[in-house]
Design a protein around this ligand. Structure first.
Ligand SMILES: *[C@@H]1O[C@H](CO)[C@@H](O)[C@H](O)[C@H]1NC(C)=O
Ligand SMILES: *[C@@H]1O[C@H](CO)[C@@H](O)[C@H](O)[C@H]1NC(C)=O
Ligand SMILES: *[C@@H]1O[C@H](CO)[C@@H](O)[C@H](O)[C@H]1NC(C)=O
Ligand SMILES: *[C@@H]1O[C@H](CO)[C@@H](O)[C@H](O)[C@H]1NC(C)=O
Ligand SMILES: *[C@@H]1O[C@H](CO)[C@@H](O)[C@H](O)[C@H]1NC(C)=O
Ligand SMILES: *[C@@H]1O[C@H](CO)[C@@H](O)[C@H](O)[C@H]1NC(C)=O
Length: 405
């Protein structure tokens, strides 16, 4: 039998336990109760008695349906809150429940929100709401959250961004709107005009067919990720409003034409990744003109059949040239003139239908003693003339490259 005295002690201990923050079951707590993991424990409610020392709290992958107003009361150190993969929707988070100015990072991904909740912490810096059926961002979506710097609205079935939706996000540095249904016209011309600190924008895997008009894109952009959109043309001077861009990624798209001067004025770009596109236009003396800082260009897995002699001559810092898996059958010696490209280090040119005759002898010689390395000679295979068809460059010698008539 429990005496009144032991009961009082028990009560004391219990109070002591909750207020100083023992780890509530079934959570696990680490780093002197600053990291609290209740994720994947099957809970249906937010545990009571979370340690006041909690800095990061993971409640992900559970069956929690609601966030009552007092859920996090007193957690004045809470900075990072993970509510991913539960069953939250409009109204699940009670007004005031997340009203903690200490919360800087919130992840609501994999839930059932159909709009941006208006009950978010007041001083958010990182906010993710991927995998929710949101469809539309409106002019009021982010009005209450001007402090957000890192925003992820990917995989949200987004088909429309209304005028001014991102205007409040004047501190935004990263915006990812990837894996959505945005089409031409789904993004207003001035969508990012107010995001003058934006450095990274991902529109990866949307359904945009026309190269976006970037007149009102912020000049601060450094990284433009347009992977997986069904565009066909990069027009002349298309990027001229992005003078600070450093990385351009348009992989896995239907891009077929790079217009002359497509990258003109882009003196800070170091990486261009156009792997696995459908580029069939000639790489002319002017296509890549102006890319003086470019170090790596991925043009592998395309349909390029012609590269003009001076095509790479303005690439004075180029190191890695990826031309594998194209339709190249020959190349003029001037194309790889190291006088223009003193830092050229690796050339990838396997899987092209090379005609290994006297016109390509120079390139086979370069394999032996150029200042750059021709990569993977064992898979650089000749498509002609008949005598050497099917032979790889590691077994052929320069003298095998002959013109017969
Ligand atoms: C909880 O999340 C952490 C990462 O934050 C992960 O390492 C851990 O495996 C997860 N636990 C469960 C039970 O899913
Ligand atoms: C995505 O949005 C479209 C309307 O734009 C709707 O018909 C469709 O059901 C939505 N799909 C999902 C998975 O929410
Ligand atoms: C933009 O970035 C600069 C430099 O990091 C910073 O000083 C400024 O406060 C930022 N502007 C906004 C609106 O966040
Ligand atoms: C882009 O938009 C600006 C501003 O509306 C307009 O002046 C310009 O002609 C447009 N450019 C293209 C290529 O459509
Ligand atoms: C391209 O540049 C090379 C080297 O400067 C030059 O010899 C060639 O005539 C140019 N081709 C065209 C089509 O302008
Ligand atoms: C490079 O090697 C080729 C033989 O493959 C030879 O004819 C040529 O003289 C060499 N060039 C230099 C600069 O060593």
């Amino acid at each position: 039998m429990m005496t009144v005295k032991t009961f009082t002690l028990y009560l004391h201990l219990m109070l002591f336990t909750t207020s100083t923050g023992e780890c509530p079951s079934p959570c696990t707590c680490q780093n002197t109760n600053t990291e609290v993991y209740c994720n994947g424990t099957g809970i249906t409610e937010i545990p009571k008695g979370l340690p006041i020392t909690t800095i990061s709290l993971n409640l992900g992958s559970n069956q929690i349906k609601g966030v009552p107003k007092d859920s996090f009361t007193g957690l004045i150190h809470l900075q990072s809150l993970d509510l991913t993969n539960n069953q939250f929707k409009e109204g699940s988070i009670k007004d005031g429940a997340l009203d903690l100015p200490s919360i800087a990072d919130l992840d609501l991904s994999i839930n059932d929100f159909t709009s941006i909740p208006q009950v978010l912490p007041p001083k958010l810096i990182g906010f993710a709401i991927a995998y929710n059926p949101i469809q539309t961002l409106t002019a009021s979506s982010f009005v209450k959250y001007p402090s957000i710097q890192y925003l992820t609205v990917s995989n949200t079935n987004l088909s429309k961004i209304e005028e001014h939706a991102f205007d409040p996000l004047t501190s935004a540095i990263n915006i990812a709107i990837s894996f959505n249904q945005l089409e031409d016209g789904g993004i207003p011309l001035t969508a990012f005009f107010k995001n003058q600190n934006l450095t990274y924008l991902s529109l990866r895997y949307n359904n945009i067919k026309t190269f976006p008009n970037m007149t009102y894109f912020p000049a601060s952009l450094q990284n433009f990720d347009f992977v997986g959109n069904p565009i066909t043309v990069i027009p002349s001077f298309g990027f001229r409003h992005l003078p600070n861009i450093q990385v351009i990624e348009i992989r896995d798209s239907t891009l077929s034409t790079l217009a002359d001067y497509a990258f003109f004025g882009l003196t800070k770009v170091t990486i261009i990744d156009f792997m696995d596109d459908q580029i069939s236009s000639t790489i002319t003396n002017y296509t890549l003109d102006g890319l003086t800082a470019l170090k790596t260009i991925y043009l592998a897995d395309n349909k390029i059949s012609k590269i003009e002699t001076g095509a790479f001559h303005s690439l004075t810092n180029i190191q890695d040239l990826w031309l594998s898996d194209n339709k190249l059958s020959t190349l003029d010696p001037g194309v790889l003139d190291t006088k223009f490209m003193p830092r050229l280090s690796s050339v990838f040119m396997d899987f092209n239908p090379w005609i290994c005759d006297c016109h390509l002898k120079w390139l086979r010689e370069k394999m032996d003693n150029a200042t750059y390395t021709i990569m993977y000679p064992h898979i650089i295979v000749c498509s002609g003339p008949p005598k050497v068809t099917g032979k790889a460059w590691d077994v052929l010698k320069p003298d095998d490259f002959i013109c017969e008539n």
